[in-house]
Design a protein around this ligand. Sequence first.
Ligand code: ADP
Ligand code: F6P
Length: 482
Amino acid sequence: MAVTPLLIGMPEMRQSSLVVVANRLPINDNVALDGACEWRRSPGGLVSALHPLLRHTPATWVGWAGGTGPAPTLPDVDGVRMHTVPLSSEDLRDHYEGFANATLWPIYHDAVEQPEHHRRWWDAYQRVNQRFAEATAQVAEQGAVVWVQDYHLQLVPGLLRALRPDLRIGFFLHVPFPPPELFMQLPRRAELLHGMLGADLVGFQRAQAAHNFAQLVTKVLGLPATDRRIAVEDRIVRIGAFPVSIDTAEMAALADRPEVADRARRLRHDLGSPEQVILSVDRMDYTKGIEQRLKAYSELLEGGHVKVRDTVLVQVAVPSRERVGQYQILRDRVEREVGRINGEFGRVGEPAIHYLTQPFDRTELAALYRIADVMAVTPLRDGMNLVAKEYVAARVDDAGALLLSEFAGAAAELSQAYLVNPHDLEGLKQGLLAALRAEPADVRARMQAMRAYLREHDIRAWARSYLSTLDQSGLLLTRLGG
Ligand code: ADP
Ligand code: F6P
């Protein structure tokens, strides 16, 4: 298959003129049983969005390779230079697991779990952000465009501007940005806002997030702000919503491959050829609403609305942030509940839930999407949720019902999905039943509309829209062939 880079890599474009800075590199080291180290694509929305985007485009990706100790030297991946930033075990504990994932993550997701505050974590957050800023300053050429990603690195735009005022700096937040009453809890709220304002453009998934940010900047820093522009000293910082997306055409082409169709048939057979398959694919995260979904499914089984012989639930839940206490507790609870439901409702050779915690390659994911009569994506809060978009893109047959939480960013765009409030157990049960019992013509019409939307609003459109706003001179887009 011919390779078409999304940001069309012009030969004259150098790797150091476009620098993406993200906590994680797009590949993760995975130590095999024999001790050998192999590299594979890291699961998670950020990498799923940016990896196909940059493939074969001269660029540098500054990030962490997933371990501790000295940074490994990595070869280019699909033409993208990998610049690794080392994390010590203290950095991992206090920056990644601590401030990023036990302070910011819960606050940014409606505090569905209690955020923790420790001064030591803040010190690590500053230290690691400084290290990322210095690494970026080193690799970026004069006047380069630097695109900083996500909540782990909110101080980088400000730190980088101080080191390299010549750079054009963008910041994009993949997760929700909370309402003022939640953000105000953060002891270091002013520093975090200042850090983001070091960028020329601060992008969010939804307009509401940009609005929250503008309100906070005025309230905490006393700066005049609208939902589009903020005046910071002698500069204007632009803000706005840029809903992230996927490589729709790539997923559709993959799902359409004969081997994927064969694999899908085999999977369905291996599941006992049920009349209907419900699928969920999540990182094991308390924001994803896995427990609420299991409860709804269990009550439907108990009430006799759903029969194990006719319907199966496949729950893929890849472990995530495994040393963070709240994630360990969640995994234990999910596994206990899956065991209980299977014990109570399953039969020999016919479990009620097929529970899988492995990372899958894209082909297997596409085959799973193709057998899902109902795709249940019901997070309690989610910045976007790319799984929902991948499912729609994979349904080249226009079949399949998407059950989608109103609290996922994707709901603002995929309005033809069967929308539910995952906090409302009865509503969730009714939503599942409605999706299972929907008329094929209705399912088809909704899927067609969502597929048409995603064909247009794909990852290329996202990058074009963001980068043309960041680089109003149009220079970057011209060089990228946009
Ligand atoms: P988040 O960024 O919170 O993890 P998203 O739904 O936006 O959530 O993105 C998750 C990404 O990770 C998707 O691209 C999905 O395909 C991928 N993914 C999720 N589970 C697995 C898995 N078990 N194996 C491989 N990739 C996975
Ligand atoms: O989407 C939020 C996010 O933190 C991304 O930055 C990342 O792609 C994903 O979740 C996975 O998280 P982690 O990098 O902690 O494994």
